[in-house]
Design a protein around this ligand. Structure first.
Ligand SMILES: [Zn+2]
Length: 209
């Protein structure tokens, strides 16, 4: 991944079998309370959803791009679902669902409104923040290493990029430093994995005299 494209570009959607889709369709019209139904089918759907999202996003948060490992992970509704002032009709729309770290989701995003133009067809809605699936984030934001390599700086290229940067604290010194720390960690773990592999190979090829 080039540093300039630090922000996740999500191009895949989670997939579900017909039984699950029929079950979710059968609940229509959707209400926010459906999300917390204690049925096995709903529990399976949510577990399966999170598993797929984390895989698609390579264990990174849709909003800050930092690691979801060792973090509380939320199934996040980009357009929030809460009944009052929310859009429960998009609650099970795959294009509206992402994995996000608890900080981005709970402390920053909450039930903020992101729709600037509503359409009953989700794909035709317009949003004030970078949409993790519909938008190509590198059109709105770019990232670059500072001279010492201990920080990854963010720069907005558009108004939407600017608003997203401020909304998710991407410009703060702590996030700027955490991005570089994350890359360092990935580099180290890849290195460790390579060493482990070499050691494993040496053992498996070992023949006693
Ligand atoms: Zn995050």
């Amino acid at each position: 991944m080039p540093i300039t494209e630090w922000y996740l570009n999500i191009t895949q959607l989670p997939k579900f079998d017909k039984t699950t889709i029929d079950y979710l369709d059968g609940l229509k019209p959707h209400q926010a309370i459906h999300w917390n139904l204690q049925t096995n089918k709903m529990k399976n759907y949510k577990a399966n959803l999170l598993k797929q999202l984390v895989e698609i996003q390579e264990d990174r948060c849709a909003y800050c791009g930092l690691s979801l490992l060792r973090n509380l992970v939320d199934r996040e509704h980009f357009v929030h679902k809460e009944q009052d002032g929310g859009w429960p009709e998009f609650m099970f729309t795959s294009e509206n669902l992402f994995a996000a770290c608890a900080y981005c989701n709970r402390a920053l995003k909450g039930t903020a409104e992101v729709i600037t133009h509503y359409s009953a067809n989700y794909a035709e809605c317009q949003f004030n923040l970078i949409h993790p699936y519909f938008d190509t984030p590198s059109n709105d934001l770019t990232f670059l290493l500072n001279n010492q390599g201990e920080a990854i700086l963010v720069q907005s290229l558009t108004q939407k990029g600017h608003d997203t940067m401020l909304f998710f604290d991407l410009h703060t010194p702590i996030m700027t430093a955490r991005r570089a720390a994350y890359l360092l960690e990935v580099e180290r773990s890849t290195q460790l994995a390579a060493n482990d592999y070499a050691e494993l190979k040496a053992i498996s090829h070992y023949k006693p005299d």
